[in-house]
Design a protein around this ligand. Structure first.
Ligand code: SF4
Length: 402
């Protein structure tokens, strides 16, 4: 059992997320929780191991120009799609490189199979997919709504400053005759922005589950996903009865909507608790020693030295218990009791040194309000994508970026 933290965080505390985490969580939050909260790792399936071997062949070919090894099954599969690959070592091409960018209060990261950012008219971003049948492949329409496609395209837009990106998802068939086909899509800024809104919603729910739950068994689940992709590995851990599955399916409760409701409920409860925090309404006496006095000093501090007034007389300061300070009687000015709603920006007039005149003060809430760190919601920080790209371009032009 792996006891890594459920949520990986960047230095500033933002949660780090990959497209695969988001996809798993969207499919079934409990499936994500078994892996990330309970540390139950799913063993690699044979199909995933074959996919990895195909990726390795293509990486060596694109990065170093190494010939594909067609004596292996993985090599033969990779070779079937070679016509869709760019020339090895194309200038400016990045192969299997990590990226990360902050957006909407999260940091999204991943590793692209290859991309060419400095390319006209648009950057090219590509991913290799192995599949038993092309019927599982994305279409240009579904690619537009795909989390991985949106995150990859967003990163290319930020890097290039361009508002469109060419996507190419190349599908390599692993069963039956060797064949490959690419699915291509021009992703626009609007498409990315729209899909990223969904990404943020799922990311908020994921963070909520990661912070609030300690056991996958308590996490809401999607019974529709139990049989997907050949059956869920965690079925034996969940042990859902047929009745539970049926009930969940009949309820037709979208798990993301359910989590959103739970999250909002918790946020509302936290906000209400903050508002009902006790306020000081009681009158208090500023006289030292009274029970409701704020930070009463044990005794007055030593008086300042005597000094001469305008007539040349030596005067000694007297203790003003109302203001807890020493004042000189010769320097009296107009008395003023500042009303509770007074403009706090007005310069304060000097106070009267009349210790015999006791002024009752009333504790009032600070008109500026307590200093609390701003709470950041996805909606409040979801920058305009155009602004984000423009900022990155300006940064590059000013030499702030390589
Ligand atoms: S068995 Fe079903 S409910 Fe349990 S984690 Fe898998 S998909 Fe979710």
């Amino acid at each position: 059992m792996d006891k890594r933290p459920a949520l990986m965080r960047a230095e500033d505390g933002s949660v780090l997320l990959s497209p695969s985490q988001l996809n798993t969580f969207e499919l079934c939050p409990r499936k994500w929780a078994w892996n990330r909260i309970n540390g139950v790792r799913e063993p690699q399936k044979a199909a995933a191991a074959l996919g990895e071997a195909v990726h390795n062949q293509l990486e060596l070919y694109l990065k170093n120009g190494k010939n594909i090894d067609t004596s292996t099954k993985a090599g033969q599969i990779a070779m079937s799609g070679i016509e869709w690959m760019p020339t090895p070592q194309t200038p400016g091409m990045r192969v299997e490189e990590w990226f990360a960018f902050p957006y909407g209060g999260f940091v999204f990261r991943g590793k692209k199979d290859f991309e060419i950012v400095d390319r006209d008219p648009r950057p090219l971003v590509s991913d290799h997919k192995t599949t038993s049948n092309f019927r599982w492949a994305q279409t240009p329409d579904t690619l537009e709504d795909d989390f991985q496609a949106a995150i990859y395209a967003a990163d290319a837009m930020i890097k290039s400053g361009k508002s469109e990106v060419d996507l190419q998802w190349t599908y390599f068939k692993t069963v039956g005759g060797r064949a490959s086909e690419p699915v291509k899509k021009v992703m626009t800024e609007d498409m990315v922005e729209r899909t990223m809104l969904r990404v943020i919603q799922v990311a908020e729910n994921l963070r909520f589950v990661g912070e609030e739950y300690t056991d996958a068994k308590q996490v809401p689940y999607n019974a529709d996903a139990c049989e997907a992709y050949g059956g869920c590995y965690y079925a034996d851990h969940c042990k859902l009865t047929a009745k539970e599955k049926l009930k969940a399916i009949m309820a037709q409760q979208n798990t993301q909507t359910l989590l959103e409701k739970l999250r909002k409920k918790k946020e509302a409860a936290a906000a209400a608790a903050k508002q009902t925090a006790p306020e000081i309404t009681e009158e208090f006496s500023p006289t030292p020693g009274k029970k409701n006095e704020i930070n009463p000093p044990d005794k007055p501090p030593p008086p300042p030295d005597a000094r001469q007034d305008s007539k040349g007389n030596w005067v000694q300061a007297v203790w003003d218990p109302g203001h807890q300070e020493w004042v000189f009687p010769a320097e009296e000015f107009e008395a003023e009791v500042v009303p509770a709603n007074a403009d706090v920006d007005k310069p304060e007039k000097k106070r009267v040194a009349k210790p015999q005149k006791k002024v009752k003060l009333k504790a009032v809430p600070d008109p500026v309000g307590p200093e609390t760190p701003p709470t950041i919601s996805a909606a409040s920080v979801l920058e305009s994508f155009a602004d984000l790209i423009a900022a990155k371009v300006a940064e590059r032009l000013s030499g702030g970026r390589d």
